[in-house]
Unconditional design. Structure first.
Length: 354
């Protein structure tokens, strides 16, 4: 299950350099007035706030409270074949056809505080509601009746702690570079925390494991260092990011495969934001995650020794509208472009700066 959310990009920084250094216009030759520099900073802030977690460096002493709501929908059809072929056109065995529909609703509250002109930290607390419907049929059993199963889960998700530091001033044509470090805690109910039952075929042979309810968290600690880049080119903003997620392995007991080592994740993304005017901006980008194999200590028939590598890619676009000096409303739409990505994801955010 992919969490909505898919992966984060950090692509924005304050356009104002450190105190005492003059800001220049887009040509890089004529010093801009403080009013012009402030206007550019506000535009970049609006552009970066469209998509989730762009890494805006909050001004010193300012607290930003950001309520957010998102909905992700996934719909997939899978065909599992257990048998052998006599000739290429003839299969002897069992064909299981299943259709899975999953809806994930996430309400989150983020608190972000700027300690200095270059350093900020935040905490994000999510609440998840997951609904999943499974419709399947065994093609060789000669029955027109589908088997329907429904499951759901609701509760606290994985709380995230993040810190960002602006590494340079972005002068002389260089992009702004921001170092990012994120920690995800296993506060949500993980896959190994919920009740499980063994799924058997018509002959009583185990063919898999089914969860009694949907988990709301990963169940593992993870640490994500990375970098984000932003290049202002008035009126557009170009951005990119690169990060690596390391997940700690844990012993889940012999019935769950022993020591489980979740696959690490390589994340990258890029895109562009464009300001239509002082209040409205638009963003278009692409996010991609490469999830490596998950390994188990035991070579169980139910779990297997390894899972294949997973590719998750999505195209995102959105709009942001400045409602007041301290409030911006943003709407983002993500469309999955790989098999394991959610079909669609809608995110609404309302950051309020105090």
């Amino acid at each position: 299950m992919r969490k909505p959310l898919l992966f984060p990009l950090f692509a924005s920084a304050c356009l104002m350099p450190a105190t005492g250094i003059a800001q220049t216009d887009s040509a890089g030759d004529v010093p801009a007035s403080p009013e012009e520099a402030e206007a550019k900073k506000e535009q970049v802030t609006d552009i970066a706030s469209i998509t989730s977690d762009r890494g805006i460096v909050t001004r010193p002493g300012r607290l930003t409270i950001e309520p957010a709501f998102s909905h992700a929908h996934s719909n997939a059809t899978r065909v599992a074949i257990e048998g052998y072929t006599v000739i290429p056109a003839l299969l002897v065995g069992l064909i299981n056809i299943s259709e899975i529909q999953r809806d994930i609703f996430v309400g989150a509250l983020t608190f972000k505080y700027g300690f200095t002109s270059r350093f900020e930290a935040d905490v994000r607390v999510p609440w998840l509601s997951v609904n999943e419907d499974l419709r399947e049929r065994q093609a060789f059993e000669g029955t027109p009746v589908d088997t329907l199963r429904e499951s759901s889960g609701e509760g606290l998700g994985d709380v995230e702690l993040s810190a960002r530091y602006q590494l340079n001033d972005g002068l002389e044509g260089w992009p702004y570079v921001i170092g990012v470090f994120r920690v995800k805690t296993p506060t949500g109910e993980g896959p190994y925390d919920v009740d499980q039952r063994v799924v058997e075929d018509s002959e009583g042979n185990p063919i898999g494991v089914e969860l009694e309810e949907r988990p709301t968290g990963s169940g593992f600690w993870s640490f994500e260092p990375g970098f984000s880049f932003i290049y202002p080119s008035d009126p557009a903003v170009l951005y990119g990011s690169l990060s690596y997620v390391w997940t700690m392995k844990e012993d889940q007991g012999p019935e769950n495969g022993g020591e489980v080592d979740p696959g690490d994740v390589v994340r990258f993304g890029f895109g562009m934001g464009f300001a239509f005017n002082e209040r409205t901006s638009f963003s278009l980008g692409y996010d991609h995650s490469v999830i490596r194999k998950t390994s188990f200590e035991t070579n169980s028939d139910l779990f297997g020794a390894n899972f294949d590598r997973i590719q998750v890619g999505s195209l995102s676009f959105g709009l942001a509208q400045r409602l007041s000096t301290n409030t911006t409303l943003s709407l983002t739409v993500n469309v999955g472009v790989t098999e394991n990505a959610p079909n669609s994801e809608l995110t609404l955010k309302l950051p309020i700066t105090l």
